[in-house]
Ligand binder design. Sequence first.
Ligand SMILES: Nc1ncnc2c1ncn2[C@@H]1O[C@H](COP(=O)(O)OP(=O)(O)OP(=O)(O)O)[C@@H](O)[C@H]1O
Ligand SMILES: N[C@@H](CCO)C(=O)O
Length: 301
Amino acid sequence: MKWKDFTVTVPASTANLGPGFDSIGLALDLHLSIHVSQASEWTVRYNEESYQHLSGSSDNLIIAAAKKTAAAYGRELPPAKLEIDTDIPLSRGLGSSASAIAGGIEIADRLLGLNMPLKEKVEIGTEMEGHPDNISASILGGLTISYADGEELSIVHVPEVEIGVLILVPPTEFLTTESRGLLPEEVLHKTAVRGSMAANVLSAALATGDWNTAGRMMERDEFHEPFRKSRFPDFDIIRQACRDHGAYGSAISGAGPSLFIAAEKGKEEEIRQMLSERFPHYDCLLTKPSTAGIKAVQTVQ
Ligand SMILES: Nc1ncnc2c1ncn2[C@@H]1O[C@H](COP(=O)(O)OP(=O)(O)OP(=O)(O)O)[C@@H](O)[C@H]1O
Ligand SMILES: N[C@@H](CCO)C(=O)O
């Protein structure tokens, strides 16, 4: 089977935005790029040093997602060489695993000419991730609000999001599996009702672009942040400092340990300076929402 080399690009994502736990995702302007070329066996090469310990053989998450997609269509994939560039921090709550899964799905789609509808890509990715928040944002771009129960998948997609984004990244990894282990088995009915009220107002505010309200609701989570925030040094102090400098709001990004801060466009630099001076043990990334989702283009030689 002969095919032309191609490159798949996938945006990073921040998930939850507070009470939108496992449901809300926002694609970010940081990217995983996978250059795919013909080979006699599967190989993976990471150009980014912090990724080089990851498996380069068939248990690699990108290859596993590609093979799972092919199997769902009763097909087998030809092997390929994957060369990877990325500026998504690994295991820091910025959807690195979802971007790898989305990349694998796109590779299978392209190699086998499946022409998969976007929703099918999100369905396979959701099955692999266990929740739709990061994967739907990585595949569709923009902001996604999803419902998934294993049978039904419903997504409301808001393609354009007009904010500035700051991400505070701590130096250490925090695996999603470990972070989910901090969550309780159950929450009280009245706690769930309050959490759901916050999530409802958050979703409506996000859909109508009312970031003042969205920012306040982002900080009203009762589903996960109270159990995770101890793993984020200075969480409450940083949140207050961001508010004092005019940020709309902040939330643990995905399963953590990074913090997502939403700010009015143009105010990000002032907040970044303050954070870098007061909390130098974190890396402060300035970024923005990504309207584009996953893309595959033929590589120009
Ligand atoms: N580019 C990649 N190639 C292969 N595997 C990857 C890649 N990116 C992430 N992974 C896998 O995903 C794991 C990290 O997933 P994890 O869910 O813990 O973090 P995250 O996705 O960055 O954070 P979050 O889900 O909170 O946004 C890595 O240990 C690795 O196994
Ligand atoms: N919603 C997920 C995102 C990280 O995968 C969580 O918070 O655990």
